[in-house]
Design a protein around this ligand. Structure first.
Ligand code: GDP
Ligand code: MN
Length: 580
C-alpha cells in the first residue's frame, strides 16, 4: 500500500541528503544477515566466539563517548514555555538555519535505509509505528533487535500519516556538530553525528520524546520504566514497574536473579513502557519494545551473575575487550583476561597498564527472545496491571533504601523531586546530583509541569492505584563502601513492597513516608546498625533536601500543579515538626 506522507517525506530527505540508493527494510532474516555481512566486511562488526557466544558480534566505537546523546539534544517547540525549563529549546527558524544544512549531501555515496518499526505487538490496539531514515546499517540491526522492524510495521501503518519520523545521518563531522533535534508537535527528530551504537538511546528518545509528547492526548503515558513479573512461592503474582535514571538499575531489577528459593522474577519490559488506566481502575503497563539493552562495563559477575546471560546469544556488544579465543571480556567478568587480550579499542592490553580493558560504558543490545526469564507478557498486547510503581535513583546518602508514599499525590511529588547522581559515562557532570523527575529528564520533550499534571490526572482515573515507592540501592558508608548488596538481594525489598501492596504488613510512618518495620535479612551478612542506617530518615538532611526541591519546582512557575506545592509544604511541615 502506498503511503503518501511517508513517500513525500522520504523524497524530501533524499533530495537533501543525496544518498546513492534507497533501501526499504523488510526485517527478514536474509536481509539482516546481508547487512551483518556487509558490516563485517567493513570491520564494523566482528564475530565473537561462535561456541560460547553464538550469534554475538563486537562493535568498536571510540566516538560514542565524547558527548552523550542527551548533551546534543534540543527541543523545538513553538515557544520556549512549551519545552519548559528542563529542555534546551531551539526555535524552528534556527533549527532550519543551523542544523538542517548539516544534512546537505550527508548521505552522498551511501545508502538511505528506510526502517519502519512497530512499537507494541502487532495485534495490540495500542501499537504505534515509527519510521527511521538512516545511512547506518548498524542502526538497522539494532532497531531490528529492539523493535518489530520491517514489513510488519509497514503493514500496520498502511496509508496513515500517524507515525514518528526519525532522520539519522552518521555524518563525518566533529563532535561540535552533533545534534539531536526533536520536534514533538510533528513527531519528527533529526539526528546527525551520533554513532549508531547509540541506537538504543536514540530509540528511547523517539519513543519517550516523540510518541511520548502526544501520548497524554491519547490517554496514556510513555515512560522510562522496566517492568517485572514477580511470583511468590505461594504462586501469588505481581507486576512491578521501576523508573530509575539511566544506569541506575532498571534492567538489573527486571532481570534479577532471586535470592530466595521458590521465587521467580521475569522480564516484562526493559526501560520503555506505556502506562494507562484500565477499565478495571487499575494501572496497566505495556511493553512497546521487543529487545533488551544494557550496560556491560561495570557488571560484576560475583554480585550480578544474571546479566552476562542476557548477552550470551544473538547480541551486539559495543566496546568490550576480546580474549584470544574470541570471547568478550570486561573488568567484572568471571574469566581471567588470559594472554593476548585486546582492549576495547583493539589494542594489546596488559594488566597494570592502568587503563580499563573494556570501556566502562560497554553495552549490549539483543532481542528478548532467548532470555531465559522472559515473562510471556513481554509480548502482551494489553500489558499487565501494576501492583507497585518504584521510583528511585543513585544517592550515596540521605535517600533510604526504600520508602512508600502515603498517597498518589505524595508519590508523584516524591518522584518529581527525586535527585540522582548522574552516571551516564559521557555526561560531563557525572557524579553530580540532579533532579530527574520520574527518570524522564533527558526524554520529556514538553513542559515537565504539564507532564506532572498528567501524572496527577492519571491517579484520579485509578480506583485501585498501585502503591508508589522510592528506592535507593546505592547508599555508601563514610569509606565509600556500598551499604546494601543490591542485585538479587533487592528481592528482599520487593518482598516488602509486595506485602505492602497486599496489605499484609504494617509500616512505620515517618515525616518522609512509610518505611519497613522489618526486612527479611535471613542469610544476609548485614550488621543491624547498617540496616538501621539504610532505613533511617535523616530529618535535618531532608529539610535541606526540600530546599533543593523547592528551587527545582520554582523553575516551573505558575504552570506547576498546585497539588505538588501542597505536598511540598506538607513535607516541610512534617519534617519541621519532627525536629522540635
Ligand atoms: P538501567 O540503565 O537503569 O537499566 O541500569 P542497569 O540495570 O543497566 O544498571 C546499571 C548499573 O547500575 C549496573 O551496571 C550496576 O553497576 C548498577 N546497579 C544496578 N543495580 C544495582 C544494585 O542493586 N546495586 C548496586 N550496587 N548497583 C547496581
Ligand atoms: Mn537498561
Amino acid at each position: 500500500m502506498r503511503n503518501e506522507t511517508l513517500q513525500s517525506w522520504i523524497l524530501l530527505v533524499a533530495a537533501h541528503t543525496k544518498p546513492a540508493r534507497i533501501h526499504w527494510c523488510e526485517g527478514s532474516d536474509a536481509e539482516l544477515a546481508a547487512l551483518s555481512k556487509q558490516l563485517q566486511e567493513h570491520r564494523e562488526l566482528q564475530p565473537l566466539n561462535e561456541q560460547t557466544y553464538p550469534g554475538c558480534y563486537l562493535h568498536r566505537d571510540d566516538t560514542t563517548h565524547d558527548t552523550s546523546l542527551e548533551q546534543r539534544r534540543f527541543v523545538c517547540t513553538a515557544t520556549r514555555e512549551l519545552a519548559g525549563p528542563t529542555n534546551r529549546w531551539l526555535n524552528e527558524p534556527d533549527a532550519y538555519r543551523v542544523v538542517w544544512p548539516l544534512f546537505s549531501n550527508a548521505m552522498s555515496g551511501r545508502t538511505l535505509y528506510v526502517v519502519p518499526y512497530l512499537l507494541g505487538p502487532q495485534r495490540s490496539k495500542y501499537a504505534q509505528v515509527g519510521v527511521q531514515l538512516t545511512d547506518s546499517p548498524l542502526l538497522v540491526l539494532l532497531l531490528a533487535a529492539l523493535t518489530r522492524m520491517g514489513r510488519v510495521a509497514r503493514q500496520h501503518l498502511g496509508s496513515s500519516s500517524d507515525f514518528a519520523r526519525g532522520l539519522h545521518c552518521l555524518g563525518g563531522d566533529p563532535p561540535g556538530r552533533r545534534y539531536l533535534v526533536q520536534f514533538p508537535a510533528s513527531q519528527t527528530s533529526w539526528c546527525i553525528g551520533v554513532p549508531a551504537s547509540e541506537g538504543a538511546a536514540l530509540l528511547k528518545s523517539h519513543v519517550l520524546g516523540l510518541s511520548g509528547a502526544l501520548a497524554p492526548e491519547e490517554g496514556y503515558l510513555a515512560e522510562h520504566m522496566a517492568v517485572a513479573r514477580i511470583t511468590r512461592p505461594s504462586g501469588a503474582r505481581h507486576y512491578v514497574a521501576a523508573a530509575f535514571p539511566a544506569g541506575c538499575g532498571k534492567t538489573r531489577l527486571a532481570t534479577l536473579q532471586p535470592c530466595f528459593s521458590g521465587w521467580e522474577v521475569e522480564l516484562v519490559a526493559d526501560g520503555l513502557c506505556w502506562l494507562r488506566a484500565g477499565d478495571d481502575g487499575r494501572l496497566w503497563a505495556m511493553n512497546p519494545a521487543a529487545g533488551i539493552d544494557g550496560r556491560i562495563g561495570d557488571s560484576d559477575r560475583r554480585v550480578d551473575p544474571a546479566t552476562p546471560a542476557a548477552f550470551a546469544r544473538d547480541a551486539i556488544l559495543t566496546n568490550v575487550a576480546v580474549r584470544s579465543d574470541g570471547s568478550p571480556w570486561w573488568e567484572g567478568s568471571a574469566e581471567p583476561p588470559g594472554e593476548g587480550l585486546l582492549d576495547w579499542r583493539g589494542n594489546r592490553w596488559t594488566r597494570g597498564a592502568g587503563t580499563p580493558a573494556a570501556h566502562p560504558d560497554a553495552r549490549f543490545v539483543t532481542t528478548g527472545h532467548h532470555w531465559s526469564r522472559l515473562a510471556g507478557e513481554f509480548y502482551s498486547p494489553l500489558g499487565v496491571p501494576l501492583s507497585a510503581l518504584v521510583f528511585g535513583g543513585r544517592r550515596r546518602d540521605l535517600a533510604p533504601l526504600i520508602f512508600e508514599a502515603t498517597s498518589w499525590a505524595h508519590g508523584v511529588y516524591a518522584a518529581a523531586t527525586s535527585r540522582s547522581e548522574v552516571c551516564t559515562g559521557a555526561v560531563a557532570a557525572a557524579g553530580a546530583l540532579r533532579n530527574d523527575p520520574m527518570a524522564m529528564l533527558p526524554f520529556c520533550s514538553y513542559n515537565v509541569a504539564d507532564y506532572l499534571e498528567h501524572w496527577l490526572r492519571l491517579g484520579r482515573q485509578l480506583h485501585q492505584p498501585p502503591r508508589i515507592f522510592h528506592a535507593n540501592w546505592f547508599r555508601r558508608d563514610a569509606g565509600g563502601r556500598l551499604l546494601w548488596p543490591g542485585f538479587g538481594q533487592n528481592l528482599r525489598v520487593l518482598d516488602w513492597i509486595l506485602a505492602r501492596a497486599e496489605r499484609a504488613t504494617d509500616a512505620r510512618l515517618t515525616p518522609l513516608g512509610l518505611l519497613p518495620n522489618r526486612l527479611d535479612t535471613t542469610g544476609l551478612d548485614l550488621h543491624p546498625d547498617v540496616l538501621e542506617q539504610l532505613l533511617q530518615v535523616d530529618v535535618r538532611g531532608w529539610l535541606q533536601e526540600t530546599e533543593a526541591s523547592r528551587e527545582f519546582l520554582e523553575r516551573f512557575g505558575q504552570r506547576l500543579p498546585r497539588a505538588l506545592w501542597r505536598e511540598h509544604h506538607a513535607l516541610v511541615q512534617r519534617l519541621r515538626a519532627a525536629t522540635n
